[in-house]
Design a protein around this ligand. Structure first.
Ligand code: GLN
Length: 329
């Protein structure tokens, strides 16, 4: 029997040596070919599937390795499977001894702008919403006490980069401009921009605003809506002169209700919540951008970024994030 096992092992060893000589195929999920699937690789697959990394060409080796279940599609599911494989090979992030630091030991200070339902808003004097709930789970996984601070949206990125807050979580869209200042975690939700108009408005689409040329659009200062809409028409915007900026989303909405602007352009889920809470407003069903939400972290704290990413990946894998999003929609 022992002899048989020894022969079998010898055959396997010879076979693998021969395969190596001919360039043995690396196994699925092992993107760097080091013979192990690690959580970092699962994260990369997740990024590829969310199209944050350049999506590998379907016929490429990278695609073959990242498509862990071999169904010809690169989906978050592949990252989940890779994470399960990696969990057997390395301790999960939550079991690792924390090697990251935060501004105040034991605390995770998060900056948000709590006027952005359903992601963050105030109820019974507390900041609640999708981000608040996800952040609570992240803090729990990292063994930290969550401290949410309500600040102006346009001060979050600078505050995080300046070491005032550990992270910013505010339905924040990943943009190239922000990426120059802060680090972003993996995506945890996606969004489209939407248009709110008063009932009976002649505006039926973004094209109507562009064609008219004199309509005023209300946006929230420093947001992606502000950025896109104030761009010149050749860059798909409506031009600086047509945009009025407000410190908060509800501020822009108030301007729409009192007739100071003709439309408000804001993130879709927030637009839905505003329209549901205010009579006489209509949401135009022509979302015209697609974007990813992520948490921003101080670029000098790579260890914290890794730890938060590990927690996000687990929360995506076990369905917790989707369950929270579904609860609010
Ligand atoms: N997603 C938009 C942005 O990042 C708006 C976010 C917000 O107002 N909280 O600019």
């Amino acid at each position: 029997m022992k002899k048989l096992i020894a022969v079998a092992i010898a055959v396997i060893l010879t076979l693998s040596a021969v395969m190596c000589a001919f360039g043995a195929p690396a196994y699925k999920g092992d993107l760097d070919g080091d013979g192990k699937v690690l959580a970092g690789e699962a994260r990369r697959i997740l990024r590829m599937s969310a199209k944050l990394d350049p999506q590998p060409d379907r016929d490429s080796e990278a695609f073959r390795l990242a498509d862990v279940d071999g169904d010809g599609k690169l989906l978050a599911k592949d990252a989940r499977i890779a994470l399960r494989i990696s969990a057997k090979l390395e301790p999960m992030m939550t079991n690792q001894t924390a090697d990251f630091s935060t501004i105040t030991e034991g605390k995770l200070i998060m900056a948000t702008n709590a006027a952005f339902p359903p992601y963050e808003y105030i109820e019974d004097n507390m900041i609640v919403g999708i981000d608040a709930e996800i952040a609570a789970l992240i803090a729990e996984k990292l063994g930290l006490e969550l401290d949410i601070q309500d600040v102006d949206f346009d001060s979050i990125v600078a505050g995080v980069a300046g070491g005032k807050y550990d992270m910013g979580m505010a339905g924040m869209t990943v943009t190239e401009a922000r990426k120059k200042i802060v680090n972003f975690t993996d995506t945890y939700a996606t969004n489209v921009q939407a248009i709110i108009v008063p009932e009976g408005s002649p505006i039926k689409s973004a094209d109507d605003i562009a064609t008219d040329g004199s309509m005023k659009i209300g946006v929230q200062l420093g947001t992606i809506g502000d950025f896109y809409d104030s761009a010149e028409p050749e860059d798909w915007g409506f031009g600086e002169d047509n945009v009025k900026r407000y410190k908060t989303g509800p501020g822009a909405l108030q301007a729409l209700i009192s007739g100071k602007v003709d439309a408000v352009i804001i993130d879709n889920e927030t637009a839905k919540a505003y329209v549901a809470a205010n009579e006489g407003l209509v949401l135009l069903s022509e979302p015209y951008t697609e974007e990813n939400y992520a948490i921003c972290v101080d670029p000098s704290n790579a260890a914290l970024l890794d730890a938060v990413n590990g927690a996000i990946l687990e929360l995506i894998s076990d369905g917790s994030i989707q369950a929270i999003i579904d609860k609010y929609s």
